[in-house]
Design a protein around this ligand. Structure first.
Ligand code: URA
Length: 268
């Protein structure tokens, strides 16, 4: 029997949400008295006796579900990104919306970019302008991109979280967990050839590895089928310019993978 379109949409949205959280295994179970709260909540939202129910590894905040209005990902990357932005709306899913952020900083760049940089969180300048990496560390990132023989407009730039934390504090785990499904969808929409995580917060959040930067950088990771490299955050390089040499090695590794010509110059 064909599925009711509304139910199909609800299931698609739910499965995508769990995929975004890294949950891929689902099983079907009949709805019987005594089923778990999670299953009961799912059944309450959809009129079906049997549902695909994820076995969540941790509690899921119902209010924070990033509902997609689209059934499947549009082939056009720009349209896909626009839909994700629409789904995000004027987000109030975590506490940051009420802690002084001026606006959501979604991401910037070429929707068809081959290379995507992922930072930590917007700072004051980014919060003011609504664009990632536009302050001092943004200028350095732009120079890093130029040193690779690219323009800022050729790549896509986003952050783990989309709202500025008060006083630029490090994002809390639950803020990252709430926001990152949108980043996952952005990556899925852009489908870059490579990702570069800028700094420890981005790297640890994406890879779920707790290791020092010296161990994280200098190698490739598989991130859901996309190559991911880790390098120092530009803000760290502003504090310790000696690490630019190591950063340049990381960027050259990325350039090699992307088939970009390796120039003589180093990072200034
Ligand atoms: N630092 C980040 O991690 N992201 C920005 O957008 C700006 C500074």
């Amino acid at each position: 029997m064909p599925l009711d379109p509304a139910l199909r949409r609800a299931i698609t949205d739910r499965v995508r949400y769990y995929n975004d959280l890294g949950i891929y295994d689902f099983y079907r179970r009949p709805v019987t008295p005594g089923i778990s709260d999670v299953a009961q909540k799912s059944v309450a939202r959809a009129p079906s006796p049997a549902l695909l129910v994820a076995e969540p590894a941790f509690a899921v905040q119902e209010e924070s579900l990033p509902q997609s209005k689209s059934l499947s990902q549009p082939a056009d990357h720009a349209t896909a990104l626009r839909l994700i932005r629409e789904d995000l709306g004027d987000c109030t899913r975590c506490r940051l919306h009420s802690q002084g952020r001026k606006q959501i900083v979604f991401g910037v760049g070429d929707p068809n970019a081959q290379l995507m940089f992922i930072g930590e969180a917007p700072g004051a300048d980014e919060d003011e302008q609504g664009e990632p990496f536009v302050g001092r560390s943004g200028q350095l990132l732009t120079n890093m991109i130029k040193a690779m023989g690219l323009r800022r407009e050729d790549v896509y730039i986003a952050n783990i979280i989309k709202c500025r934390p008060p006083a630029n504090r490090t994002p809390e785990r639950d803020e990252c967990d709430t926001c990152s499904p949108f980043l996952m969808r952005q990556i899925e929409a852009i489908r870059p050839k490579a990702l570069v995580a800028l700094g420890a917060v981005a790297a640890k959040s994406l890879l779920a590895i707790n290791a020092p930067m010296s161990e994280l950088r200098g190698r490739w990771y598989d991130f859901r089928g996309t190559k991911l490299a880790v390098t120092y955050h530009p803000a760290f390089l502003l504090r310790d310019p000696r690490q630019k040499k190591e950063t340049w090695k990381d960027l050259q590794m990325v350039m090699k993978e992307m088939g970009l010509p390796l120039p003589e110059k180093t990072l200034e």
